[in-house]
Design a protein around this ligand. Sequence first.
Ligand code: NDP
Ligand SMILES: O=C1O[C@H](COP(=O)(O)O)[C@@H](O)[C@H](O)[C@H]1O
Length: 489
Amino acid sequence: MEHFQQVEPFDYVIFGATGDLTMRKLLPALYNRLRMGQIPDNARIIGAARSELDRAAYVARAREALEHFLPADVFNSGLVERFLGHIHYVTLDSSKKGAQWDSLKTLLAGADPDRIRVYYFATAPQLYASICENLHEYGLITPRSRVVLEKPIGTNMATATAINDGVGQFFPENQIYRIDHYLGKETVQNVLALRFANPLMNAAWSAEHIESVQITAVETVGVEGRAAYYDTSGALRDMIQNHLLQVLCLVAMEAPDSLEADAVRNAKLAVLNALRPITEGTAAAETVRAQYTAGVIDGKNVPGYLDELGKDSTTETYAAIRAWVDTPRWKNVPFYIRTAKRSGRKVSEIVITFRPAATAMFGATPASNRLVLRVQPNEGVELRLNVKNPALDVFNLQTADLDTPIRMEGGMPFPDSYERLLLDAVRGDPVLFIRRDEVEAAWRWAEPILDAWKDGKVPMQTYSAGSYGPEQAVRLLAEHGDNWHETAE
Ligand SMILES: NC(=O)C1=CN([C@@H]2O[C@H](COP(=O)(O)OP(=O)(O)OC[C@H]3O[C@@H](n4cnc5c(N)ncnc54)[C@H](OP(=O)(O)O)[C@@H]3O)[C@@H](O)[C@H]2O)C=CC1
Ligand SMILES: O=C1O[C@H](COP(=O)(O)O)[C@@H](O)[C@H](O)[C@H]1O
């Protein structure tokens, strides 16, 4: 049975409290932690946004959101009312100074000054610096305050640096928690357990035995209600610069000395710094970008990206990249990364393909061992082995998949990654959050790719909604005799 430990009393101030992220993810996550007995009775969740609402009106919105976003078997009206009792609201334009900040100050002053304060920025990143400036000016930053920054941390190196500088002027790095919800996913954290707690894996975890690595995160949804954001972002900024590079780091890093935040972050940073730059000259060979056209998903017709947007756009909804980690451990091992909106399936997985056995004793070369870490859905680990085919009287091989689901006791679904991360910030545990130098190293690698795309060095491909993606992405692997995991079935 997992043990959820209560945390110290806290005030969680959410800037952007009326927005999609708060309603869809943050409030349900905090409610679930209350259900698990983790939220102290006197903890407060303080919403802040410009909308002029009193506490009752905000609580009514929060109740509606919980009704809408929580699964029916998790929604318990008694517990929901208890949860709503923790909620407060202040109307506040965080870009401006003025009396509204005094209301927040008065509310916060009602608790012990040593109480943990988490300021969660679930609002536009352009506001982060001014929120911090105001928090400082109104005396709201205490030694036990921390700030959680939602992505995107910038759209390129310059804007990321500006955000980091703006926040860093008022909060030291050890009080800044840059959230990446992929790091809160159980199977992503399991990469560390699998690699470093199993000598069997650890011994084989290098170019000597590994032929290639695939990291996939594809989804059936399109841009939903977020077209305005997504069209200025695209697949590379939305998923690869952050989530998938973080996953790549965990797969590729050297063993950290401990699970302390800086040990893990230093090891990840070394990987980011070792990523081979993709330049205007190599982008066409190493990257593929594409937009979805109309298609069918789950039996339903869906429009193409441009029709959904209602205008022309050069934003990619699919990206595939062949990345190289230039360290002795990963010499000549391609890391294939891909992400897509409107794919035919929702899958996030890490696939490690091992080199085939170098033996002639079975006639044909045995199939490569393949390790699949299923991040979602059906979290689990799958290992393809060669075994003797018992059906024949000649000695022939067949493959057999060892498949272990990873489940909570009692078959309960895993907590949403936000649940863990929100409370890690309360506990002051930054190991699953990203340090400034990691964000900037990721931009140093990603930005030249975006530049090459903007300069037209890589043609925009198309793929039908519901398909696996553009043909060119298949070729990216075929050049090395590889194929994407689904095409191998
Ligand atoms: N939605 C999602 O799934 C995800 C979102 N994110 C990130 O989270 C952040 C929020 O996203 P999302 O919830 O979708 O955005 P929304 O546009 O839905 O919400 C924005 C929120 O910010 C508030 N706001 C806007 N301007 C101000 C201001 N000047 N002062 C105070 N509050 C303000 C809005 O409320 P009001 O108008 O009342 O002021 C609203 O509560 C963004 O950085 C986004 O990139 C990251 C990952 C996923
Ligand atoms: O950060 C984001 O992630 C989601 C995908 O997350 P997942 O946990 O469902 O895999 C993606 O839909 C969204 O565009 C992106 O901003």
